[in-house]
Design a protein around this ligand. Structure first.
Ligand SMILES: Cc1cc2nc3c(=O)[nH]c(=O)nc-3n(C[C@H](O)[C@H](O)[C@H](O)COP(=O)(O)OP(=O)(O)OC[C@H]3O[C@@H](n4cnc5c(N)ncnc54)[C@H](O)[C@@H]3O)c2cc1C
Length: 361
């Protein structure tokens, strides 16, 4: 568990740190770990506080279960960045285990179940061309899956217990010298001296000064940029909300089902199913039951299961659905728009970013 952490950074020092990260979801924590491992002096500020349960963050990364699946969309194809993201995530899982941590990542493989014969034909061709994919013909997919056209099995896919992953990332980042602070809401950033940035908290007090500031706030509003009179440099993203629903009285899924509607078992006799892409703010009181009923097409027993718990969350994406990692003003970065891929892509994006963030002195 990580609450207060040992630190290689003195935030009261008049010398700016290399990197201040705003937001401690999977994006911010991955970046903190990767940059600290490169020797950068890192401070991460997270507004939520959940010391009693390890590290959960306050945004989309607090979801119960994330799937790792690069084979996406109706076409079931994979972007090269997602394939690299998957490989880096598994490497990180092994590294975190090597550090004696419990990252909660399990290489179960995942199934994608086509909804038509035409889709099945194209996915079958893909399986013939890709070594990590196996085509399961109709009839060979074991009950109680309902896969009338067959199924595509991605052997490299898996699932992550998100709280375990975040807690392990936080512990590892701290061990590498990053300072992680929970219960600290950033209100604004402003220009400091010699190109550094000042990060200010609720009462306007200075939290830290940094050569580079990264906003990793997910679907939340990024901090105000004060002074200078320039318009806010932050990109505009599309925000959608969805659910994960815990259902009991359901046969355990041997392989998670991936896709727009997805499901996985973490405990015997239970399933977490997820999905939903409503615009942010559009409430739907039937969302959980609709999700369960729609998922029942590919896994019929959930229709009879009991809903125990519902988690709601919002994700941010941009056109094209690729993550948005860029310098929006000198020394000011955005690191987000991970859409439904935060756990798949954040480790790789963080490593690529961290290679650019050389320690300043
Ligand atoms: C229903 C649903 C299902 C999903 N399923 C999957 C999946 O199966 N696989 C997958 O890879 N991804 C999945 N995702 C996507 C994944 O959850 C996100 O991509 C990822 O969590 C985004 O991480 P983030 O760190 O960018 O944002 P967040 O997790 O939202 O983190 C942002 C953090 O910033 C903090 N913050 C905000 N403002 C401030 C401030 N001013 N000061 C300090 N802190 C601040 C927040 O408290 C929060 O902790 C799913 C998302 C949803 C909604």
């Amino acid at each position: 568990m990580v609450t207060a952490v040992p630190c290689g950074v003195d935030v009261d020092s008049p010398v700016p740190v290399d990197l201040a990260i705003i937001g401690g979801g999977v994006a911010g924590l991955s970046l903190a770990r990767a940059a600290a491992m490169q020797g950068a002096r890192v401070v991460l500020l997270e507004q939520s506080e959940d010391a009693a349960v390890g590290w959960r963050g306050g945004g989309a990364s607090s979801l119960p279960v994330a799937l790792l699946n690069p084979w996406r969309g109706r076409k079931g194809d994979a972007h090269e960045d997602d394939l690299r993201g998957l490989a880096v995530t598994w490497r990180w899982a092994a590294e975190l285990e090597g550090e004696g941590l419990e990252p909660g990542a399990v290489r179960t493989g995942v199934l994608r179940i086509p909804s038509s014969a035409r889709q099945a034909a194209s996915w079958r061709e893909r399986c013939e061309a890709e070594a990590s994919l196996i085509w399961l013909p109709a009839g060979s997919v074991p009950a109680p899956y309902h896969a009338p056209f067959g199924a595509m099995q991605a052997e490299d896919g898996g699932r992550i217990d998100a709280a375990a992953w975040l807690t392990a990332l936080a512990a590892s980042a701290a061990r590498h010298g990053a300072q992680l602070r929970q219960g600290v809401e950033v209100q604004a950033v402003e220009h400091g001296v010699e190109g550094a940035w000042r990060v200010r908290g609720e009462d306007g007090g200075m939290l830290v000064e940094a050569w580079r500031v990264v906003s990793a706030v997910g679907a939340d509003a990024p901090p105000r940029v004060q002074g200078g009179g320039e318009p806010a440099p932050w990109p505009t993203w599309i925000r959608t909300q969805g659910e994960e629903v815990r259902i009991t009285g359901v046969p355990t899924l041997p392989w998670p089902i991936a896709g727009g509607l997805y499901g996985a078992s973490v405990q015997e006799g239970e399933a977490w199913i997820g999905g939903g892409h409503r615009p942010l703010g559009e409430d739907d009181p039937s969302a959980a039951t609709n999700l369960r009923d729609a998922f029942a097409w590919s896994y019929p027993p959930v229709a009879e299961g009991t809903i125990l718990e519902v988690w709601h969350g919002a994700r941010a994406k941009r056109e094209g659905a690729r993550p948005d990692v860029r310098e929006v003003a000198p020394g000011l970065w955005t690191f987000g728009a991970f859409a439904g891929r935060g756990f798949l892509c954040a480790a790789d994006e963080a490593e690529r970013f961290a290679r650019r963030v050389k320690p300043m002195q």
